[in-house]
Design a protein around this ligand. Structure first.
Ligand SMILES: [Zn+2]
Length: 105
């Protein structure tokens, strides 16, 4: 089994978790704001934090989807910048990594 096939279920699981998170965040953001002004200000701050979390999750979703496409295309595990193989230890830590440590830093 190659590394892409090994990491595919890990990536798919993470993708499902992230999509659930996004759904939760969307639902919370859609809840009507409180009538009380002070409470509303606190809620707005909370909404901003949620939006940041949502944006981070969306970025990760995009990276994971790209990684899954690269698994399908057989290019998973190759650095997109220098073309060298990304060390398996790095892919196990960051399965959606598209660059080797040297290019990512
Ligand atoms: Zn590289």
């Amino acid at each position: 089994m190659n590394l892409g096939e090994k990491m595919k279920p890990v990536l798919e699981k993470r993708l499902a978790v992230l999509k659930e998170e996004i759904a939760d965040i969307d639902q919370t953001l859609r809840e009507p704001d409180s009538q009380d002004f002070e409470e509303r200000a606190t809620e707005n701050e909370g909404d901003e934090v949620l939006e940041d979390l949502g944006n981070a999750a969306l970025t990760e979703i995009a990276q994971i989807e790209t990684a899954l496409e690269r698994i399908a295309g057989g290019t998973y595990g190759d650095c997109v910048t220098c073309g060298e193989a990304i060390p398996p230890a790095r892919l196990e830590a960051v399965p959606q990594a598209a660059q080797c440590i040297k290019c990512a830093s």
